[in-house]
Design a protein around this ligand. Structure first.
Ligand code: FVH
Length: 279
């Protein structure tokens, strides 16, 4: 295995391959970041070309696709498989796939600490042959390794979608934590209820997905009208505690538009129609 890019994530990837017993060659622009891995048996390549030549499978994980191109463009990749775990856009992934023989684009849905554990999910798209050949090795990065299809852009599409869900969820928690703090409570007192609530909401998603695919939104949890009343409560309480109302007002504006379109009696999944329009 070769790992190019030894930032927080790259070091975790190389560490997982070493743990799995793979002969691992590494390269990083700042060579010192390889020290701990070399101490654990990794081989430090003197150049990207040397690192690529060392293995049939090259994993790249750097800041962005510009860096990936800067590193790989000058190198003859031959018939090597490249697994690019750098975050990027579907378009950039497709463009890169057009330049690399056996290309897999991927998103490692994990923190560096979770790499190689049951918590980590690796989504891949692009060369099916490369995925089938190297899936056993890639499983060492994340217990769940999902192949999304030949379109190299799919992994990035799913990754940006999951990242959007993560940020929205965390923003909702931070709004609640700010309310708790403004009311003189510890965020730690709010967290357990927040975790419980996130677990319940996570359970709703498959039904929401089915409704969206069917295009019909009977209320499963509550109608949009009922949600709207609670949104007003959140805005009023945020105002009275001197906490930002920006996020709840954005949430309410979506519901207001849906009601204005006559969807007040429908389930919350009907708001997908608001997200589906260009801003
Ligand atoms: N960290 C995380 O939790 C997330 C999990 C999900 C996936 N992301 C993506 O992984 C990519 C790398 O993220 P990272 O956390 O490892 O980032 P850094 O620790 O900042 O390391 C960046 C590495 O990239 C190298 N690098 C940057 N620009 C260049 C360049 N022009 N030429 C060569 N190397 C470059 C940098 O090298 P150096 O600064 O150590 O010399 C690091 O090795 C990223 O896409 C996340 O979105 C992580």
């Amino acid at each position: 295995m070769t790992v190019i890019g030894l930032g927080a994530m790259g070091r975790a990837l190389a560490g997982a391959f070493l743990r799995e017993g793979h002969r691992t060659t590494v390269w990083n622009r700042t060579a010192e970041k390889a020290d701990e891995l070399v101490a654990r048996g990794a081989v430090l390549a003197g150049s990207v070309g040397e690192a690529v030549a060392a293995s049939p499978l090259v994993v790249v994980c750097v800041t962005d696709y510009d860096a990936v191109r800067e590193l790989l463009d000058p190198v003859d990749l031959g018939d090597r498989a490249v697994v690019n775990l750098t975050s990027g856009t579907p378009g950039a992934a497709r463009e890169l796939a057009g330049r690399v023989g056996a290309y897999l684009d991927g998103g490692i849905m994990a923190t560096p600490a979770a790499v190689g554990t049951a918590e980590a999910v690796l989504v891949c798209s692009g060369s099916r042959a490369a995925f089938e050949r190297y899936e056993p090795v890639l499983r060492g990065l994340g217990a769940e390794t999902v192949y999304l299809g030949e379109d190299a852009g799919l992994a990035a599409l799913y990754e940006v979608g999951v990242l959007g869900l993560m940020w929205s969820t965390l923003n909702g928690f931070l709004q609640g934590a700010a309310l708790a703090r403004a009311a003189g409570l510890d965020a730690a007192s709010f967290a357990p209820l927040a975790v419980k609530s996130m677990e319940s909401v996570a359970g709703w998603l498959p039904d929401y997905a089915r409704q969206i695919d069917e295009g019909s939104y009977p209320p499963l949890d509550a109608t949009i009208d009922v949600h709207l009343a609670a949104m007003r409560n959140l805005i009023e309480e945020s105002e009275s505690l001197g906490v930002s109302t920006e996020l709840p007002r954005f949430v309410k504006a979506l519901a207001d538009r849906a009601v204005a379109e006559g969807r007040g009696e429908e389930g919350y999944a009907a708001l997908v129609e608001q997200f589906g329009k260009p801003s």
